[in-house]
Design a binder for this molecule. Structure first.
Ligand code: NAP
Length: 330
């Protein structure tokens, strides 16, 4: 999956939606917050189980996949599919199952008592059960080149995009477990992987560090930050600055994998749902949060797998858990 700005396509094609939401209806069996693979899959399962289901998608529905180009690892598409197209298909399938989708942003929630209240700027909705599927976003270096070369060399997911970079030299930015895991994974495809880290010490676990130190294809560039990304149609080089000496240098590479952590989209739920130190939702049992009747699915709680297909799987699991919960309450 290669990053690209494909939001415009998604918004354009949204007009094909088979069912317009009923603006006056505000009470639902299930309200799903978020419209990535987890949210849509939860919608499909909840609607098929007969629940009156609403997805509040946010302003730009589709999650991280609308910022990607080709997706080769989502099953069912022999020749791959463009990320935005995959999300349009999921949206249409969800609507065909009867889920109402409102492209509005949630500004507040009240999970103190069921039915739970979900507020947008213009409406107050009530749900007997809620599934939080708001996802997570990869942290960015904050360089203009990340936007210019998104989908043209710059990536935030080695598992997704590594195979597009065969026989090239690559950079991984970061020094945590993700960076080291991604660098090690990328050596399957790349001729060489530079790990550019801002300190001289890695944050990654010792076992993973040792594995990377022993990998002949991995070269560490310490105490350094990437200050610019250059290229023409595609990224061609990164400009580095050594933080100790202030010297700059260049690395000619075909790609840059930014692996400096993720930010789960959970600011709305602070003080209402148990979050861990990094803001991920803590699941108590299966997909249940600490609030009975509020569930979570996808990257908003999953810091390990972070794949479209695993998020979709979590969406399915949350919907099945919701079904059990609502059946017991009935
Ligand atoms: P992380 O542990 O927070 O590491 C982020 C890395 O990026 C750090 O080395 C940090 O540098 C660097 N960084 C942060 N902001 C930066 C910036 N603006 N510019 C340059 N570098 C920056 O994130 P993660 O590696 O994604 O791991 C997240 C969690 O998932 C961790 O708990 C990790 O153990 C876990 N995880 C586990 C596995 C595994 O066990 N297989 C795999 C992946 C992730 P500093 O070190 O200088 O702060």
């Amino acid at each position: 999956m290669m990053a690209a700005d494909a939001n415009a396509t998604l918004v354009e094609k949204k007009e094909d939606s088979p069912k317009m939401p009923d603006k006056k209806k505000t009470k639902y069996d299930v309200i799903i917050i978020g419209a990535g693979p987890a949210g849509y899959t939860a919608g499909i399962y909840c609607s098929r189980a007969g629940y009156d289901t609403l997805i509040l998608s946010g302003i730009l529905p589709g999650g991280q996949l609308v910022n990607t180009t080709e997706v080769e690892n989502f099953p069912g598409f022999e020749k791959g599919i463009m990320g935005p197209d995959l999300m349009i298909e999921m949206r249409k399938q969800t609507q065909r199952m009867g889920t109402t989708i409102v492209d509005d942003e949630v500004v507040n929630v009240d999970f103190r008592n069921a039915p739970f209240k979900i507020l947008t700027a213009s409406e107050e909705y009530e749900g007997r059960a809620v599934i939080i599927a708001t996802g997570a976003n990869p942290r960015k270096l904050g360089l203009e080149g990340e936007i210019t070369f998104g989908g043209k060399g710059v990536s935030y997911c080695a598992t997704c995009d590594g195979p597009f970079f065969r026989n090239q030299e690559l950079i991984v930015a970061g020094g945590g477990d993700s960076a080291i895991e991604e660098a090690t994974f990328l050596t399957k495809f790349a001729t060489k992987v530079y790990v550019v880290h801002r300190r001289r010490e890695l944050r990654a676990s010792k076992v993973m560090q040792e594995r990377a130190f022993n990998n002949e294809k991995i070269q560490f560039v310490w105490d350094s930050e990437i200050i610019d990304i250059k290229g023409d149609q595609k990224m061609q080089k990164a400009i580095l600055k050594n933080k100790k000496t202030n010297e700059t240098s260049e690395l000619e590479v075909g790609g840059l994998f930014v692996a400096i952590g993720h930010e789960p989209n959970t600011s709305l739920f602070k003080n209402q749902i148990d979050l861990d130190d990094e803001g991920y939702i803590v699941l108590k049992n299966k997909t249940h949060t600490n609030i009975d009747g509020v569930f979570a699915a996808g990257d908003v709680h999953d810091r390990t797998y972070r794949q479209a297909v695993t998020a979709a799987g979590f969406g399915c699991m949350a919907a099945i858990d919701v079904d059990k919960y609502l059946t017991e309450k009935a």
